[in-house]
Ligand binder design. Sequence first.
Ligand code: ARG
Length: 463
Amino acid sequence: MSQPSESKLWGGRFTGATDPLMDLYNASLPYDKIMYDADLTGTKVYTEGLNKLGLINKEELTEIHKGLEIIRNEWKEDKFVEKPGDEDIHTANERRLGELIGKHIAGKVHTGRSRNDQVATDMRIFVRERLIDLLEKLNTFIETILKRGELEIDVLMPGYTHLQRAQPIRWSHWLSSYATYFTEDYKRLQQIITRVNQSPLGCGALAGHPYGIDREFLAKGLGFDGVIGNSLTAVSDRDFVAETLFWSTLFMNHISRFSEDLIIYSTAEFNFIKLADAYSTGSSLMPQKKNPDSLELLRGKSGRVFGGLAGFLMSIKSIPSTYNKDMQEDKEPLFDALTTVEHSILIATGVVSTLKINKEAMENALTMDMLATDLADYLVRKGVPFRETHHISGECVSKAEKLNLSGIDKLSFEQLQEIDNRFDKDVMHVFDFEVSVERRDATGGTAKSAVLKQLQNLNQQLK
Ligand code: ARG
């Protein structure tokens, strides 16, 4: 049993020893030390607030700030020595400050503050910085997709529904589709950052500050956009964690679909794309194999991120107001999700910028039956109602099949006329994939002009 020690910040009231396993079970330092920088900056600005109140004098403030910078350096250089009783990053930093500048001065930094508003503040600073970094990485990822889209605008491929060939599209249209998802993710992330960036500092354990600290001053000093308006909420609100986890889950969901498409396109059966060696691995048994492991991991990791969200929501469900230790369970899923998403964006960027496409295979996969709708549209242009033309085009498909022809384009003009005499000579122009995609020039469609406009629009939304 460890002693009810001096070394514990809340040691005064406790006389019994703690079960060593309880110490381990309770400790968050192994994972929350990642927030050391935010914690030190939080204390720095908080003590400035105390100084304004006359609770810490100028000399003491200088000492404190010097000590904090020494600690920051120790963490940075991996020289910080953790000690038993360092329950979390907050207690570890304060304990160390006492060693460096003496307990008399260090003992003042926590005046009016609780670990409850402290941890909420640290988390918000930390999450804000990580999300801003994700925004930048996401920006690069989307730009990479958009650039490919512009370069390979002339490549056609089948578009699928139900994973069955449906209508011809441009490869760039497919790229633009995912760029659209990811741009929505980008904008959603910007919105989340504004909600993360609100300050809980100066709310104490739950009831507010007994010395009337200037919370706006603290918020400004820490780069927050404003303060949270209720002290009970300020210390216990973890919606920003839930939102970040949900955002990560949705993003990974998009990534998993993107990856799944590319995995399918990379099979020998499709052969539309080839992954660079840098993002593939071989088989230990079958020498011929080249596996799309990068894409499979991108697809698979969506599971753990969602698991983190589900687990966290269960942890905070029904806990009474305000702070409860359950809330310490916010950290591991959150940190894991942030790292998983960050790495996933980087890997996905690498995959997209290095894969090679096989234009011939994509275009050879286009079949004339994919133009059956275009044949129906042809008659619509001659004034025939679509429901009727749909039926007529179906008859053409079935006749071509019966005659064992390779496609509807192989029906002679006379055979088409037998089905419907409103077919004119110019019907043969329908059987052209390029014409088909070009016809869809309404906003969002497959025409070259429409796809280029999409790419441009997306680009502008990133700026
Ligand atoms: N390590 C704790 C956490 O992450 C810090 C807050 C502790 N507060 C308390 N009242 N015990 O949640």
